[in-house]
Ligand binder design. Structure first.
Ligand SMILES: *Cc1c(COP(=O)(O)O)cnc(C)c1O
Length: 367
């Protein structure tokens, strides 16, 4: 081992979440909304896509979000336990046990099918949004079941929504879905219920999907809805999350020496290799092996060989020292590595990159 740096990192690997960026993104998305009265429902499911549900939800509400959305009743209960009072919608289908939890926590629930509407109707006091399938074919009642579902829910129905399958990639499909939704709305004058359809891609690129309320998730975090491509800053979105670690060791490799399991990378000439304590147990995916880059001392450094469970190795030069900060996602000096890029290297999308960060290994801090 070489290098004189004094390692005093906050932990092995940590995530820094910029709540100012979340607030900026909420305001930027609200400005993009079709009407001045259009509301914003901040989607904070899956621990706010890995950003931490409670601090993120608070920041979004401060910046003008009108309500929140989660996927499970437990996620909603976590927000209530933290003292958050805003309306919270649960997206997924709930079984009787979790419907009770939803009711205890004043969560709004979703009716996805006729049986699901009946389960909700059997629990007095629950408020529901009716989800309509317009072509995604995942959740929701069919358009021809809307009348029956509405009758079952009666005046407990306070919203109606659909979900877009290809708002980031296919205008025609999106218009077909919105047309099917408009037909449902025309056939059933709902009067006064909240109508919503727009995920982040709908919010940014399909104003006709905005209705009464936009429902962005990924864009709140400053991530691009097209996944592994696109620059969020071009949409006036600021990435909120940085993932950082530190150089735990530096060693010199001679030509022909390999690194990590399988020695799948071999040095062609003398070089330096830095060991960094982040691996797939932190959510830094094994599919990044031999593909990713990270920033050390303001420069991009290639990932050498395989990502292991707990560590990986980057190619560096001799100015790099033990204790140096390593930026896996985020900015350092003039350089940055975006979650979109990491998703591309890993063969996935930015959504999965941040959501996959493992909270039990990766400490979060907020600025
Ligand atoms: C996740 C989700 C959203 C948010 O989607 P993004 O692409 O992250 O903006 C909106 N609506 C529903 C029903 C969802 O499940």
């Amino acid at each position: 081992m070489i290098g004189q740096g004094i390692p005093e990192p906050p932990s092995r690997t940590w995530a820094e979440v910029d709540l100012g960026a979340i607030r900026h993104n909420v305001r930027a998305l609200k400005r993009r909304a079709n009407g001045s009265g259009t509301r914003l429902m901040a989607v904070v499911k899956a621990d706010a896509y890995g950003h931490g549900a409670v601090p993120t939800a608070r920041a979004a509400l401060e910046a003008g979000a009108d309500s929140l959305a989660v996927v499970t009743a437990e996620e909603g209960a976590e927000l209530r336990n933290a003292g958050i009072n805003a309306p919270i919608l649960v997206f997924t289908d709930l079984l009787p046990g979790t419907l009770t939890l939803a009711k205890e926590n004043r969560l709004q629930v979703t009716a996805h099918s006729i049986p699901s509407a009946k389960r909700i109707a059997a629990q007095p006091g629950l408020e529901a949004h009716l989800k309509v399938n317009t072509g995604m074919n995942r959740w929701g009642v069919e358009p021809n079941e809307v009348g029956e579902a509405r009758k079952i829910l009666g005046d407990r129905m306070i919203g109606v929504y659909t979900h877009l399958a290809s708002a980031d990639s296919d205008k025609q499909v999106t218009h077909r879905q919105l047309h099917a939704f408009d037909e449902v709305l025309a056939a059933h004058p709902f009067g006064g219920v909240l109508v919503h359809a727009a995920n982040s891609a709908g919010t940014l690129w399909h104003p006709s999907s905005h209705y009464d309320c936009i429902r962005p998730g990924v864009a709140l975090y400053g991530l691009h809805p097209a996944g592994d491509e696109g620059d969020p800053e071009r949409e006036d979105l600021r990435p909120a999350l940085s993932l950082k670690s530190y150089v735990a060791g530096v060693r010199r490799l001679s030509p022909g020496e390999g690194v990590s399991y399988g020695l799948t990378f071999r040095a062609g000439e003398p070089m330096y290799a830095a060991t960094v304590p982040v691996g797939y147990a932190e959510g830094y995916r094994r599919s990044l092996s031999n593909r990713a880059a990270a920033l050390v001392r303001g420069e991009r450094r290639p990932l050498l060989g395989r990502v292991t469970m707990d560590a990986c190795i980057f190619g560096v030069d001799k100015i790099v020292e033990v204790g140096d900060e390593v930026v896996l996602i985020g900015k350092q000096g003039a350089e940055s590595v975006r979650a979109e890029e990491v998703g591309g290297w890993a063969g996935t999308i930015n959504y999965e990159v941040t959501t996959g960060i493992q909270g039990r290994r990766v400490e979060r801090s907020y600025t």
